[in-house]
Design a protein around this ligand. Structure first.
Ligand code: FEO
Length: 397
């Protein structure tokens, strides 16, 4: 098999998971990769491993370049099992290898794989000399786990930030200059929205910290997807914009429906928004993928959520979505609510409470309609959409 070299003596030895479609609930419709990197110098270092199901593939790739027994260091940038779970297999061969991780990485590795591990801990600024090449470590707690760190290859200017700047994208191409840019940025945005969005302020600070360190970044080699070699600033700038909560005149309508009334309301609200020039994305939850919905929310100014009242409460699929989206903490949105009911309502009030309690800004007007909306009521829904459109235009985020 032909070897993939990032620059001289730095190799991609990862695995392509073409068929994964559910990554702990994240719908990976284009699959993913687990990127590991091998640095061959006087000392040999493996940066991260791959999901355990691909451990033989990783070992085979390393053996095509050097013998896995010859590894001196295994750098664990992040302990989550998609990156660390081949470690037990690797150290069966690389018995002398020292494992490098943060202090919290060490504690996590012991909990995952037992205490009999040869681990050295590192902090921000620590360096490891391999010969010609030097690794410098940058702790990155909560990007996206407490143990996370970045490894920077000083002489080559390559940042290996593990999950940050990644994409769930299986591809026979490895580099950004080889792939369709629209697909690449779509998957990068989806990854940011569903994995990193809760940590937006930490991302801004980490990027500022890297700028302050004055380290030239010539390439970004994340642990999933494509390597940013031609234009790494493209993804850094995108992360800054997403983390700052930059939005546009766009509304996302998310709802579920029992007998079609909430669906009719959703469509009428959408018509009102569209009439006032707002870009609308509309999703019925049972037919849609929450991973995709959250990606659309990333640059939207308004999120409008609808639910029928079921047993005096919110419809279960909507309730589950509220839990998911509030955990992701999207910034700078106007949140609004609508729904239908038979005798006693309640869903709209409960949805608004949940979002208010999460600290989000709410548009206080709501739309709740008994049984099936009449044509007059649908007209009111259109007007409701137009009112939200005006709020969107006032919002300067
Ligand atoms: Fe790709 Fe946090 O693991």
């Amino acid at each position: 098999m032909s070897q993939v070299e990032l620059t001289s003596n730095i190799y991609w030895v990862g695995a392509i998971d073409w068929n994964i479609r559910d990554f702990h609930g994240y719908k990976t419709r284009r699959g993913t990769t687990y990127n590991a990197y091998l640095i061959v110098d006087k000392k040999k270092a493996l940066i991260d491993t791959v999901k355990y199901t691909f451990s033989n593939e990783l070992i085979q790739k390393i053996n095509e370049i050097t013998s896995v027994e010859n590894l001196d260091y295994i750098i664990i940038n992040h302990i989550e099992m998609d990156h660390s779970s081949s470690l037990p297999k690797i150290i069966e061969y690389a018995k002398e290898a020292e494992i490098i991780a943060t202090e919290r990485g060490k504690l996590g590795l012991i909990k995952h794989y037992g205490g009999n591990l040869n681990i050295k801990t590192v902090k921000t600024g620590d360096e490891l000399r391999l010969g010609e090449k030097t690794l410098r470590f940058v702790e990155a707690p909560m990007l996206h786990w407490p143990d996370s760190m970045f490894t920077y290859l000083v002489e080559d200017g390559i940042l290996m930030p593990n999950d940050a700047f990644g994409q769930h994208l299986a591809s026979s191409q490895r580099f950004d200059d080889e792939i369709n840019q629209h697909i690449l940025m779509e998957e990068a945005a989806k990854y940011y929205a569903n994995i990193l969005m809760p940590f937006a302020s930490l991302i801004i600070r980490k990027i500022q910290e890297l700028i302050k360190m004055q380290i030239p970044i010539r390439m970004i080699a994340p642990s999933h997807g494509i390597i940013w070699r031609s234009n790494p600033s493209k993804i850094i700038n995108a992360y800054m914009e997403w983390s700052q909560g930059k939005t546009r005149n766009k509304a996302v309508i998310v709802y579920d429906t029992m007998w079609g009334s909430t669906d009719k309301i959703a469509r009428a609200i959408s018509e009102g928004l569209t009439k006032r020039g707002i870009d609308v994305k509309l999703f019925k939850l049972r037919d849609s993928d929450k991973t995709e919905i959250v990606t659309q929310i990333l640059d939207a100014k308004a999120v409008i959520i609808g639910s029928p009242t079921l047993n005096n409460s919110v419809f279960p699929s909507v309730s589950a979505f509220l839990t998911y989206v509030t955990g992701l903490k999207p910034k700078g949105k106007i949140w609004s609510f609508f729904g239908s009911y038979g005798w006693g309502g309640g869903a709209v009030k409960k949805m608004a409470e949940k979002i208010r309690n999460a600290g989000f800004e709410i548009y206080e007007q709501t739309m709740e309609i008994k049984y099936v909306p009449t044509s007059e009521e649908l007209e009111k829904c259109r007007k409701f959409g137009e009112e939200i459109a005006e709020k969107i235009k006032e919002n300067r985020n």
